[in-house]
Write a protein that binds this ligand. Structure first.
Ligand code: C2O
Ligand code: CU
Ligand code: CU
Length: 497
């Protein structure tokens, strides 16, 4: 069998045809079935996971047939057999164990994105759960021959102490070389951390607090997901990896797993927790016919004060916690969330229909959080260069080498990390949160506010962040959250010492 490394080697000459000119980070895949009419399917809200006993959850990763495109069925690989998986509604500081049982034909690793998690529960890509009697199979990926694999048969416990501020986190598969196809098939969900500071705020809640997982997919004629892959255990479609080196984009935009859904809302404030869970697609979100988002939180929690935006650019892995006031529109209005980076069907995301007047006792306080940590003085500066080297996506010229850290920051310190790039690379750091200091030597964008774990780095941009190493010692990762780039080894370890 040809290894992925070898496969890419053959294709060394392929250029980045659209790189740099477009706001898109990937190659479009066109669905083979007729696309449904937008704004017909009601917005689903993932159900909240119930603990089996206080602090303990169990979730089974399994295949299930679901109706995503009306009139067809799609096999998803989901946590709990749903896509998105259940939402874990968790409390700061309450140690939580999630037992993940794998009944899928492939190994998995679960990462809590944004979590301040001990290394052994962080979802390291070679730390795998395999279904009973399956074994890990050959390391098909090619670039991981020296990797030390840890295999858990059937199930394992992930332990999350959750010593962190209230925030919108998410969890997803992180298997070495196969994160992109496995997330594409559905292995992702929300995990919300709440705390007393946030509880005390008069923000919209209950039905007026809605997580929105935005991602794109493409479909085969029979309703199954379309994805190009070299893995024989996954579907192989035309045009394999070389065409998709930049990343895979679908032509159907899903919100919480439904195509261009519609949600009836009261003429009142809603808290929308926006997540871009796409493999490669970036969105520039706007409301039409006009309107604004009041950002209250970033990846890692509440902002000190709200920030208004007309548009929000959201890269894969990022979250924006926003409030939209539908009382600004007349009853009967249709307010569409659009993606002005998208063309054709990918320009629409979802629609809100303002159904009725309603009482609203929520408010957006001018001061949101008094516990936003101040940034400390950095003790070091390091550069991470995200770039294509020959036929590979690399960091500092290297493909991922598990267990070989590129940096050894000290626990309790702060450093400046400078990200440079040749393309769209949403850079994500595990465990450590950061603040954006500058873009190309200038002030950060309005949407860079707050503590974050993922930052949108654009072609030939230099983004400096102030990273704070808090929590645990051990091996963590920094990587590109374009999942195709990640699978092509655009990852590195760092070790907190
Ligand atoms: Cu959301 Cu290492 O990933
Ligand atoms: Cu992460
Ligand atoms: Cu990348």
């Amino acid at each position: 069998m040809i290894s992925r490394r070898g496969f890419l080697g053959v294709l060394g000459g392929v250029g980045l045809a659209v790189a740099g000119c477009a706001e898109t980070a990937g190659q479009g895949l066109t669905s083979a079935l007729r696309l449904p009419e937008p704004f017909r399917v009601p917005l689903p809200v993932p159900k909240t996971a119930r603990p089996v006993r206080p602090g303990h959850y169990e979730v089974v990763q399994r295949a299930a047939k679901v109706e995503i495109i009306p009139g067809t069925t799609t096999e998803v690989w989901g946590y709990g057999g749903t896509f998105p998986g259940p939402t874990f509604d968790l409390r700061r500081g309450s140690r939580t164990t999630i037992r993940v049982r794998n009944e899928l034909p492939v190994p998995t690793s679960t990462h809590l994105h944004g979590g301040v998690t001990p290394p052994e529960s962080d979802g390291y890509p070679t730390d795998l759960v395999v279904a009973r009697g399956r074994g890990a199979g050959p390391p098909v990926g090619g670039h991981v021959h020296q990797a030390r694999w840890t295999l858990h048969e059937e199930a394992r416990d992930y332990v999350y102490p959750l010593d962190q501020r209230a925030a919108t986190l998410w969890y997803h598969d992180h298997r070495m070389d196969f994160t992109a196809p496995q997330v594409w098939r559905g292995l992702a969900g929300f995990a919300l951390v709440r705390d007393e500071e946030e509880d005390a705020l008069p923000l919209p809640r209950g039905d007026r607090e809605v997580p929105l997982m935005i991602c794109d997919r493409a479909f085969e004629e029979d309703g199954s997901f379309r994805y190009p892959s070299v893995d024989p255990s996954l579907r192989v479609t035309a045009g394999v990896e070389e065409a998709y080196m930049e990343g895979v984009e679908g032509d159907v935009i899903l919100v919480n797993g439904a195509p261009w859904p519609v949600m009836e809302v009261d003429a009142a404030r809603y808290r929308l927790r926006l997540l871009n869970a796409s493999n490669a697609r970036r969105y520039r979100l706007e409301l039409t016919p006009g309107g604004r988002f009041t950002q209250i939180g970033s990846d890692a929690g509440l902002l000190a004060a709200p920030v208004p935006h007309r548009t929000i650019t959201i890269a894969p892995g990022e979250r924006f916690d926003v409030v939209v006031d539908f009382a600004d529109y007349p009853v009967g209005a249709e307010v569409t969330l659009v993606n002005t980076f998208g063309t054709g069907p990918a320009r629409n995301v979802m629609r809100f229909r303002v159904a009725r007047r309603a009482a609203d006792d929520s408010a957006i306080p001018r001061r949101l959080s008094r516990t936003v940590p101040a940034a400390a003085k950095p003790v070091a500066t390091r550069v991470f260069d995200f770039r294509r080297t020959g036929a590979a996506w690399t960091i500092n010229g290297r493909s991922y080498r598990p267990g070989v850290p590129l940096a050894r920051p000290r626990l309790g310190t702060t450093e400046v990390w400078r990200f440079t790039s040749d393309f769209h690379h949403p850079v994500h750091v595990h465990l450590a949160h950061f603040q954006v200091l500058s873009r190309n030597g200038r002030a950060p964008a309005a949407t860079d506010a707050g503590w974050k774990d993922t930052v949108d780095v654009r072609p030939y941009e230099v983004v400096e962040v102030l990273v704070r190493f808090e929590g645990y010692r051990g091996l963590y990762m920094i990587h590109c959250h374009n999942l195709e780039h990640e699978d092509m080894a655009m990852m590195a370890d760092f070790e907190i010492v």
